[in-house]
Every structure is written in C-alpha cells, then in structure tokens.
Design a binder for this molecule. Structure first.
Ligand code: PLP
Length: 388
C-alpha cells in the first residue's frame, strides 16, 4: 500500500468548490495585497490565538524576523533558542546581528529544556525563543517566569503549532511577548504559497508590528523606523479564511491518527512513551507523549508532525521507502553543528539530547485525510522491521 508522508491534494478536493470562485473574484478585483481578506484573517486569528492584535505577514520566517526587529534586538544582544528546530528559528537571530545561544532539548517532548534556558542566561540575554515543536507546546511556565524575573522578551515560534494549547489551556502565542505563525502549505493551516502571522496582547507592540510590515511607514511616505516588505497577499488570506473554519476538525483527525498509532504500538508491546534515550529488546520505538513530567498535565498536541524516536533509524527509513511509505527526518543537523554557526565555537558535546534526536527520530504520515488502514500498514511495516 502506498502511504505518502503528506498529500495536500486530498484536502484541496474538500474545499475546492469554495476556493476556486474566491480566487477568481480576487483576480477580477485586482486588489491583491492586504485588504479585507487579510483584515478578516487577522480578526479571526487574534481571537483563536488568544491575542488582541494579529498582523498578517509574508512567511513564518518573516514573522520571527519582524518580531525581533520590532523588539529592537540587535548586535551585542543574545537570544536563547533550542538547537533542535527548523533553521528559521536561528537564522532570523543571526540576520538581525544578534547572537543565537543554543540550548538542549527535553528528551520526552523534544521541546526546549527550561533548565538549560536558565543556565544559558547572561547579562546580554534579551529574548528567549521557545519553539512549539511538531505541534506540542513547550513547557512555558518556567520560561515565562524566568523571562518576567529577568525582564526578557519571549518570542514564541508557533510555526508548527497553531491552535495548540499548554497544559493550562493557554493557546500558544498568547503566553509570550509575540507569537509567530507560518502558513507554509505543510503546516496545519497552510496557504497556497508563503504566508505567516504575528500576534500580541500588547497595544504598542501590535501597532508597531502593523507599521513594520510596510517599511515602518506611517503616515504615507514617513518612516520613524526601518521595517520591511512583510505584507501578506489577498489570495493567500482568502484561502486561509476558507480553510480556517475546518482547522479544529483537521487537528482532531491528526490527533485520532496519533491515538491509533499509539494503540497499535503499545498493544503490540513494541513501544514506550517514556523519556528513555536507550532502547532494549522490548522497546524499539518511543512514541510522542503529550505530557510534561512535573505537571502530569496533558497538552493539546496538534501533531503537525508525528515524530518517533527509534532504534536503527536509517535502516528503518529505507525499509519504509522500500514498502512505499513516506517518512522524513526532521532535523538531521542541529544548529550547533551547522557550518554557518561555526563562528559561535559551540561545544560539540554540550547538546546530547538534541544530537540523539537528530540521529534517531523519524516523522511518519499523520495528515488528516489518512485512512486507518494506511496507519495500520505503516505500523505493520515497522513491526515487521523490528521482528527480523
Ligand atoms: C515552518 C517553520 C518556520 C518558518 O516558516 P516559513 O513560513 O516556512 O518561513 C519557522 N519555524 C519553524 C519551527 C517552522 O517549522
């Protein structure tokens, strides 16, 4: 059975009837940038993300970049972030001239380790960027407490986590200073191209973000500070406005898919959900667990990716490919090993969890339209691999 990692065409079939006339309407109007579709999206997403202000921007990367620019983070400042994430999280910090300070990850959730954040603070630290990796909220309470105590900004990288909630029910993006989201097509809410949004509860920051996305201009042709062209297109916003009412159902379908994987693996005695880093004869696979050790509370995980930690990862990946099952490696090279960050002279051995996750995790198909017999096929193929 063929099981792709992701098939966007299936979702498109379900919304095509609404999308096609809307795109033609915008083509006829020739009102192509910002406008009422963007304003509608901003209104709905500010509410959905538990914020007061939302500003549509050109991508998730630009959402992070504009956040750093508006908070005036610059050369000489340090920004703490996980070494195990998508490149954009670190790239934007370097682009504003600040120093990215990498920290290790939590072995259970794969998210930034709050204790490592605390240990990395110096008197140059200006901000922390927790990433809600794969659709699960980072452990925000200790991070926000530390930020408040030391007067640091918290920029939430919510690119993979729109609609995800912390264990106290707070939506991601509502706990830090600014929340940054991506509408890249593979995210749970994806556009027909690039797009993103930033949200905040702070009035002054919200108004500054609004100006910053259009070169810091206000009034027309007057600039008190330098922004950029971070504008969102009307067509992207129109597609997102059509998709948005379906988002919670799509999240739930992914969560149901994750539950089915869990049941299959646990019933077969093949996997654990504990935070072990070493495998034995009974445990060849470690499944995602939407729980924080200390609190015991569940997070609302939206499974943008379903990433498992496995023994013998590279051979498993080949076995899956040989059986027409899609998979992906997120992210094989942590930031502390990237050539572009060699100038930081990081201690190569300082991030053991991230190194292990980079070498031993694999993402399986989880998209909303996946059929249960496809999930069973993925499971059977993995079970067969470990039986040999
Ligand atoms: C996708 C992603 C981004 C960047 O978003 P783009 O819209 O692709 O620019 C940033 N951070 C993380 C964690 C992401 O997954």
């Amino acid at each position: 059975m063929n099981v792709p990692l992701l098939d966007l065409k299936l979702q498109y079939q379900t919304i095509k009837k609404e999308v096609e006339p809307k795109l033609l309407e915008i083509a006829e109007s020739q009102m192509l940038i910002l406008g009422k579709e963007v304003a509608q999206l901003e209104k709905d997403l500010a509410e959905y993300c538990g914020a007061s202000y939302a500003v549509g921007v050109s991508s998730g990367t630009d959402a992070l970049l504009i956040a750093l620019m508006v908070l005036e983070i610059k050369a000489g400042d340090e920004v703490i972030l996980p070494t195990y994430s998508f490149f954009a999280t670190a790239g934007v910090v370097a682009r504003v001239g600040a120093t990215p300070v990498f920290v290790d990850s939590d072995p259970v959730t794969f998210n930034i380790d709050p204790k490592a954040v605390k240990a990395a603070v110096t008197d140059k630290t200006k901000a922390i960027i927790p990433v809600h990796l794969y659709g699960q909220c980072a452990d925000m309470k200790p991070i926000c407490d530390l930020a408040e105590e030391l007067n640091l900004y918290v920029i939430e990288d919510c690119a993979q986590a729109i609609g995800c909630q912390y264990s106290d029910g707070s939506p991601v993006g509502s706990m830090g200073t600014i929340g940054c989201y991506s509408f890249y097509p593979t995210k749970n809410l994806g556009a027909f191209g690039d797009g993103g949004i930033v949200v905040t509860k702070d009035k002054a920051i919200g108004e500054k973000l609004m100006r910053a996305r259009n070169h810091g201009m206000e009034p027309k042709y007057y600039h008190d500070f330098v922004g950029g062209n971070f504008r969102l297109d009307a067509m992207q916003a129109a597609v997102l406005n059509i998709k948005f009412p379906h988002l919670n159902d799509w999240h739930q379908a992914r969560r149901d898919n994750a539950d089915l994987y869990t049941k299959l693996f646990i019933d077969a005695g093949l996997a654990t959900q504990e935070g072990v880093l070493e495998f034995d004869n009974n445990n060849k696979v470690r499944l995602p667990k939407a729980v924080y050790k200390e609190s015991g509370h569940k997070n609302y995980h939206i499974y943008n990716q379903y990433v498992i930690h496995v023994e013998n990862r590279d051979n498993l990946r080949k076995h899956l490919a040989d059986n027409s099952i899609g998979s992906e490696i997120y992210y094989p090279v942590p930031f502390h090993k990237q050539g572009c960050f060699a100038y930081l002279n990081n201690d190569e051995s300082a991030f053991p969890v991230a190194d292990k996750l980079a070498a031993e995790t694999i993402a399986l198909p989880i998209f909303a339209e996946l059929e249960s017999d496809q999930i069973k096929c993925v499971f059977d193929t993995i079970a067969e691999f470990y039986k040999k």
